[in-house]
Design a protein around this ligand. Sequence first.
Ligand code: V47
Length: 380
Amino acid sequence: MTAPEVLTAHDPALAPLVDKVLAGHRLSFDEGVTLFHTPDLPTVARLADTVRARLTGDKTYFVHSLRLSQTNICYVGCTFCGFQRKFGEEGVWDMELGDVWAYVDEHHHPDLTEIHISSGHHPKRPFGYYLDLVRGLSERGYQVKAWTAAEIHHFTKITRPRMSYREVLSELKAAGLVALPGGGAEIFAERVRRRVARAKVTAEGWLDVHRTAHELGLPTNATMLYGHVETLEDRLDHMLRLRALQDETGGFMSFIPLAFQPDNNDLARELNKSEFTTGLDDLRNLAVSRIMLDNVPHIKGYWIMITPELTQVTLSAGVSDIDGTIKDERIAHASGASTERGMTEGQLVRLIQDAGRVPVRRDALYKELKVFEREPALVG
Ligand code: V47
């Protein structure tokens, strides 16, 4: 299923944007606003699909992965987060290294490739614990994609004398770290960040961690938490700051919009919000991301937060990666995610094939491990 290179916009305001994108040109902030406001969502989706097809053809990627959140102890207090706990609170956990090895053994599968770690800002664990954790998992043969830029920032604060981003990342890399996940970005716009993630790494700090990682040869991802108090302009500002950094370094592998999960967190209570983002907002947001972030290889549809069913639809609106098996997601589920905590490879393959795409199992760095070609139809 190859997207057509001829596209007729029904909204006249879209026509010049379509021509520009088809000619391989980049859209401006104001043109991004038009993409968000036009009633002609089908054209936006088809345009995103065309961009996606040029970049990845018919392939849709996934990884055989395990989520690991070694602790939910966190003293940062982001208002959107239902995952964080303080010492002694109900539902708290804090794994010793032995617990981590047992957890990973429990979830082992011969095809398990990536361990994706994201957790809380623990005030007491020394930096050496994190190095040992990465080393131990790498020695067991897993690719470790670990800790958001917010946590990397936290590691610099717990070291004495205080280490720089470069020193922390270099030591983690030497211990075996292969990539950084994209969490902790939330929304860069200061007004929103102050409201939802006041004590977290600043936008500049987040970008600086990723810049440093890229300079050290560690590829990373980027996320954006949307569907709460941000404006559409804030979303575009966020995307364009990432696009500018990607122009500098080329180190981002994928961009992952994260739909706000509105349960068990202060922000949901403050906004009196219990409804999830709507499917069309999720779809449009992914399509606009694909068109605006013309230099990022993949847009990831995060089925955990937007459901597998909608994720399948987004494969026709710019998405070329659907994360993976995950097995034991905890952050989104702590804030009310209604999906399963993991999916099997068979389920992912079916979802992709039924959308007319070719599933590709990849590793953490997008090396292709298995292409699921369709069986030729039997004749006679
Ligand atoms: O850092 C927390 C966000 C992130 C909520 O890099 C919330 O491949 C929505 O970073 N509603 C963790 N979002 C998830 C993450 C991620 C997910 C998938 C792929 C990758 C990747 C990274 O989730 C956190 C925070 O930004 N988050 N609470 C919430 N209530």
